[in-house]
Design a binder for this molecule. Structure first.
Ligand SMILES: C[S@@+](CC[C@H](N)C(=O)[O-])C[C@H]1O[C@@H](n2cnc3c(N)ncnc32)[C@H](O)[C@@H]1O
Length: 369
């Protein structure tokens, strides 16, 4: 039997089980694990909730196959459905299985240790590898393609928005200059380029290219975009009493999760209104006070947990109609939490191109369900 926990150590496992399992007491309860990975969290949910079944989504076919093996070995096969998809396909994944409502939706965002450790997938800046970075290897858009085809301004904006990189402009300019001579295809080339551009006196701790790699990974996989459209889908399919629990690993993800949850945690009225009508009352109850972080002991045992922020909410009543319509639009990427038109022009034009390259696999039918 494979020792899966030696490959990927689930972050804040106990806390996640405590947040998810209470929603799964009724026979036939359903939990969707949107980021199945190697099923560390998923196995623990099914062990803690013997009446529940789990739908496990992952866009990485290799992770999905290993998770499925693990579920069989753990004796959970009858209560487990593996789905190869991106999690922003949540509504159609459920519709294809005639499921209208679920009792819990869980997300453990980012990469699994399996993906980070597989050098040839190009996620890690510490190994020389092709600049790939696709979680779903059947999509067309790779990091190499982004570096070869995006114009200087878009590269700069990606590095600034997704990497919070101070030298975004200089790095983007150098990429465009260098690629005229030779394509940037290996991580060692990108490391050397960033190393040459970022002054020694302004380097963050660790590898100076760390932020650029993070930004490229977020862009290639459409990570924030997909998160923003999945959270409202989760709420739309949640039965009253159901829970949404999310682990994020960088501030941009956590900001998205927090602002989404806040939509239902506060009364939907102008400040200072003396009486709050029943329909404007909050519809989420917080399960965490702010975000749960890993303590020193957990970080020592699992360094990946150092940046985790765990948040959870419970749906206390059916979604008010106003929010149901709003979440429908948000799920389609037509509206974000700040209202119509708030997605930046940069995002709109860039996403149009990268989205179509990311969704190639869906159109060519390479997914399985
Ligand atoms: C941190 S790992 C999950 C680990 C898992 N909780 C465990 O205990 O083994 C994140 C997983 O989510 C998957 N993933 C990330 N973004 C995704 C998306 N948009 N759609 C589907 N899967 C995604 C990755 O492929 C990866 O396998």
């Amino acid at each position: 039997m494979t020792d899966f926990s030696a490959i990927h150590n689930p972050v804040l496992l106990e806390q996640c089980v405590q947040l998810v399992a209470p929603a799964l007491n009724e026979p036939g309860s359903i939990v969707v694990d949107c980021t199945l990975g190697l099923a560390g969290h998923a196995c623990a949910f099914l062990a803690a909730a013997p009446a529940a079944r789990l739908i496990g989504i992952d866009r990485d076919a290799e992770a999905l196959a290993m998770a499925t093996q693990r579920m069989y070995e753990a004796g959970f096969a009858a209560r487990f459905t593996p789905v190869h998809a991106a999690f922003d396909e949540l509504s159609s994944v459920l519709a294809q299985r005639d499921i209208a409502m679920v009792n819990a939706v869980f997300m453990d965002l980012g990469l699994s240790s399996l993906q980070i450790d597989e050098n040839e997938r190009g996620f890690s800046y510490s190994h020389d590898a092709p600049l790939d970075m696709r979680m779903d290897t059947s999509q067309s858009l790779t990091a190499q393609h982004v570096l070869a085809s995006y114009d200087e301004r878009d590269l700069e904006r990606i590095f600034r928005a997704y990497g919070e990189e101070r030298f975004s402009r200089q790095i983007a300019r150098e990429i465009v200059r260098r690629r005229e001579r030779e394509p940037l295809s290996k991580s060692s080339q990108l490391n050397a380029l960033v190393d040459a551009v970022v002054p020694l006196s302004h380097r963050p701790a660790g590898n100076p290219a760390k932020r650029v790699f993070q930004a490229l990974r977020i862009e290639v996989n459409g990570e924030l975009d997909k998160l923003a459209s999945t959270l409202p889908q989760a709420a739309l399919h949640l039965a009253p009493g159901g829970r949404i629990v999310v682990e994020s690993y960088h501030s941009l993800e956590d900001k998205e999760v927090k602002s989404f949850m806040n939509l239902g945690l506060h009364a939907d009225v102008p400040a200072g209104l003396p009486v709050i009508p029943p329909d404007a009352q909050p519809f989420f109850r917080p399960l965490t006070r702010g975000a749960i972080k890993a303590d020193d002991k957990q970080i020592e045992g699992n360094p990946r947990s150092a940046s985790v922020r765990l948040r959870g909410v419970e749906l206390t009543r059916p979604l008010p109609d106003r929010f149901a319509s709003r979440f429908e639009l948000m799920s389609r990427g037509r509206l974000d939490e700040d209202g119509p038109g708030s997605r930046s022009r940069f995002a709109q034009s860039r996403f149009a191109q990268s989205r179509s390259m990311r969704s190639n696999s869906a159109r060519t039918g390479t997914r399985k369900g």
